[in-house]
Design a protein around this ligand. Structure first.
Ligand code: NAD
Ligand code: 6OD
Length: 496
């Protein structure tokens, strides 16, 4: 019998079991899941041991060799569309689970995280049907002809290792195309945010996805479920979103069995505001970019280069936006700034706030912890923070902070702005603000990044390539780029 994973118990602590072979299974070592808005424990998850990971890999393999692997494409697509329908039907359960794990404002999870969870399944159920076939006719040495065509096959068992900042969104962004291609997946959600991934196990059963095609194992990274999974010989591919340093560890674990890798890693994103820009629009757009999800978005700009003539007006506008943000509990009216994910992450971000001052910053606003009453007083909140006066080579301008903070730096010429923006070991995203059409193309193309947004930020068409240059990632996902990663072609050459 399938057990419910989110069992209510006295004190409303939920149990998040591992989901293996279509069942919620007992076992593993319990660990606490905190609500970062209050610091209180709201769930217990069970760290998967080697035996649970082995069982998950075996279950995934048998799904590929069994009903899931043999399923006609039309049926697979219909089941994935049904998963999207069921996420929407259980919208409020996903919403409350995501809010409990992350403490993020209700409006944010309502408009971004949960809708994208459903959309990811719809988009890739369509994308798999729209992949063009590759065929080539050739002349043969004996004067005849041959034709070549390629058929796409799933890779096999795919490990999905996901982070805590946009848990359902980023996990389903990988799970949906992997399953659309016919792979079986084993997800290891972040140890901070396992609830929505666990709930998705229930949805998979309800949708009729065959047992073993979707599995969830809980736990940590090193010496835990993450490492056991990424080094497992039965896993053929790893799709990972998280820190660049973690990516290097996963590469090492994957090397002995030559697994395929897709990595979406850290960033130190730049924004550029030219003096021909619509400044109120740039202020509104970049305040959203810096502070959305309390700055815990890999694409968020933490370096904003502003042309000298509009520098003061831009800084004043950003300061006003930052000071208008209201921190607090997710369901409280008007709250638009949640906590950071954990006490540890808050200590890291506050360490950067102190470093900025040591490095000579002028604190335009913020720089500390807001005073909050009630349960939020024990949450992991920080103030939205802006700095000026930092040299471009300060650590604050080079290292990823992953909090609601940005350095604002003046520049004089377009060439200088391009050089400053590109002077980073990362290369994820850029946001450029200008009304000059030629400049928009010129600067957009000059950015050494995976995504350049012009007069906007985080505007997503899920068919487009998404990923990072330099140390921000390996490969591209989105639309047919995802299908290319999660499947591999076999070429068939027929002599006519
Ligand atoms: P993280 O790297 O600490 O953890 C991500 C996941 O990896 C977690 O599930 C964790 O348990 C697991 N993990 C950690 N060590 C591991 C190991 N040795 N082996 C296997 N698994 C391991 O990242 P995070 O703190 O959860 O997320 C924040 C980071 O993610 C930031 O750097 C951010 O920029 C990045 N990120 C990037 C993108 C992108 O699209 N490029 C998107 C979101 C987040
Ligand atoms: O929108 C997406 O598909 C995506 N991967 C967003 C990443 C956000 C990083 O925090």
């Amino acid at each position: 019998m399938t057990k419910r994973p989110l069992r209510e118990s006295p004190g409303r602590i939920r149990s998040l079991l591992n989901f293996v072979g279509g069942r919620f299974v007992d076992g593993g070592t319990p660990f606490d899941i905190l609500n970062p808005a209050t610091g209180a424990v709201h769930a217990i998850a069970y760290e998967a041991d080697r035996a649970i990971i082995d069982t998950a890999v075996a279950a995934a393999r048998s799904a590929i060799d069994g009903e899931w692997g043999r399923m006609p494409l039309a049926k697979r697509r219909a089941l994935l569309a049904r998963v999207a329908d069921l996420i929407e039907a259980r919208f409020d359960e996903f919403l409350e689970a995501e809010i409990a794990d992350t403490g993020k404002p209700h409006t944010l999870a309502h408009h971004l995280d949960i809708p994208r969870g459903a959309a990811n399944f719809r988009v890739f159920a369509d994308a798999i049907a729209n992949m063009p076939a590759e065929t080539f006719e050739m002349d043969t040495p004996d004067g005849g002809k041959a034709i070549n065509y390629a058929v796409r096959k799933p890779l096999g068992v795919v490990a999905v290792i996901s982070p805590w900042n946009l848990p359902l969104l980023l996990m389903t962004w990988k799970v949906a195309p992997a399953m659309a291609c016919g792979n079986a997946v084993i997800v290891k959600p972040s140890e901070e945010t396992p609830s929505t991934t666990t709930l998705l196990g229930e949805v998979m059963n309800e949708a009729g996805i065959p047992a073993g095609a979707f599995n969830v194992v809980h736990g940590f990274g090193p010496n835990s479920a993450g490492e056991l999974l990424t080094s497992h010989p039965g896993v053929r591919a790893i799709t990972f979103t998280g820190e660049t340093r973690t990516g290097t560890e996963i590469m090492k674990a994957a090397a002995p069995t030559v697994k395929a890798l897709s990595f979406e890693l850290g960033g130190k994103n730049a924004a550029i505001v030219f003096d021909d820009a619509d400044i109120p629009a740039a202020v509104t757009g970049l305040a959203r970019a810096v502070f959305l999800n309390t700055g815990q978005v890999c694409l968020a700009p933490e370096r904003i280069y502003v042309q000298r003539g509009v520098f003061d007006a831009f800084v004043a506008g950003m300061k006003a936006k930052a000071e208008a943000l209201k921190p607090g509990l997710p369901h409280d009216s008007g709250v638009d700034l949640g906590p950071l994910i954990s006490a540890g992450h808050r200590a890291k971000v506050l360490g950067y706030y102190a470093l900025a001052v040591e490095e000579g910053a002028t604190v335009v606003t913020g720089g500390g912890v807001p005073k909050l009453d009630g349960p939020a007083a024990d949450g992991f909140f920080v103030q939205p923070t802006l700095w000026t006066g930092l040299p471009h080579d300060a650590r604050i301008c080079r290292e990823e902070i992953f909090g609601p903070a940005a350095a604002i730096i003046p520049f004089d010429s377009e060439e200088e702005a391009i050089a400053l923006a590109n002077d980073s070991e990362y290369g994820l995203a850029a946001s450029i603000w200008t009304t000059n059409l030629s400049r928009a193309h010129r600067v957009g193309q000059a950015m050494e990044v995976g995504i350049s947004w012009v007069n906007c930020w985080f505007l997503r068409d899920l068919r487009t390539p998404f990923g990072g240059a330099k140390m921000s990632g390996i490969g591209r996902e989105g639309g047919h780029h995802s299908i290319n990663f999660y499947s591999e072609p076999t070429n068939i050459c027929i002599k006519l």
